[in-house]
Write a protein that binds this ligand. Structure first.
Ligand SMILES: C[S@@+](CC[C@H](N)C(=O)[O-])C[C@H]1O[C@@H](n2cnc3c(N)ncnc32)[C@H](O)[C@@H]1O
Length: 246
């Protein structure tokens, strides 16, 4: 069963403050690895958002295109230096096609889980493979599900505590459906913002199987963007899938 799905919803609630919420993410290390994986490119980013990764990658001389479901996020991207030059298509990355053949398709920041069902995620893997040239790569960054972190299906976590910002997250899971609904509550001097999101989560092995269905094999799995080894205690993964060279 899928949850109600609107690919523009996430951006509608967060686009104006998104860039202020990602200070903790390892942007430089991510861009470095994307560049290494892509070689000369070109790169297609599913869920390109406000260009956090795409713009620094393009500044390194790599051609970058993107798909995003949110006109609000794309508007922020377009307002930045270099943002007008990127080819960006507004649509659902499970099905939207972009002209060209790419050396790398990237889907970072847990965004594979924004797709509402296993079917949609399988379609996304197939769509990534369809954009790759022989030997091309699809890199996915996602958290590892941890149902033990929930008490009777619910969890309340403090994500950030500073003098000018506090972020807490309320979450509920349905283990039967592999769904998690969350709302982050962000408190700043500007007021309170509620940032809701739905996730259809999957363990790494299920994603590996989706890659196989799409004709790709796993090449690497790391615990982070610094290529730390993935192991029993890893709470996230960066996985690289590859199409056969021909
Ligand atoms: C967490 S943000 C990540 C943005 C960017 N990749 C980054 O790392 O900063 C997720 C992005 O994916 C987009 N998105 C979510 N689901 C989508 C879908 N099914 N199709 C297209 N875009 C989607 C959202 O609009 C948002 O811009």
């Amino acid at each position: 069963m899928a949850f109600p799905f609107d690919p523009s919803a996430y951006g509608r609630s967060i686009a104006d403050i998104y860039d202020g919420t990602v200070d903790d993410l390892p942007t430089e290390a991510t861009v470095e690895q994307l560049h290494l994986l892509a070689g000369d490119g070109p790169v297609l980013e599913f869920g390109i958002g406000t260009g956090r990764l795409a713009l620094p990658l393009a500044a390194r001389g790599v051609t970058v295109a993107g798909v995003d479901g949110s006109p609000d996020m794309v508007k922020v991207l377009r307002s930045k230096p270099g943002g007008e030059r990127l080819q960006v298509v507004v649509g659902d990355f499970a099905t939207t096609r972009v002209d060209g053949e790419f050396s790398l398709v990237a889907l970072t920041t847990n965004t594979i889980f924004a797709l509402p069902s296993q079917d949609a995620q399988v379609r996304c893997f197939r769509n990534a493979a369809a954009h790759l040239r022989p030997g091309g790569r699809f890199v996915v960054e996602a958290w590892v599900p941890d149902p033990a972190a929930f008490y009777r299906g619910s969890a309340l976590r403090l994500l950030a505590l500073g003098e000018d910002v506090v972020v807490a997250e309320a979450a509920r899971i349905s283990p039967a459906e592999q769904h998690m609904t969350t709302t982050k509550v962000r408190l700043t001097a500007q007021g309170v913002r509620l940032l809701p999101a739905n996730h259809r989560y999957a363990w790494p092995a299920e994603l590996d199987l989706m890659a196989r269905l799409a004709g790709m094999e796993r090449e690497h799995r790391w615990a982070d963007w610094h290529r730390a080894p993935f192991g029993d205690d890893s709470r996230a993964h960066v996985t690289v899938y590859r199409l056969p060279p021909d």
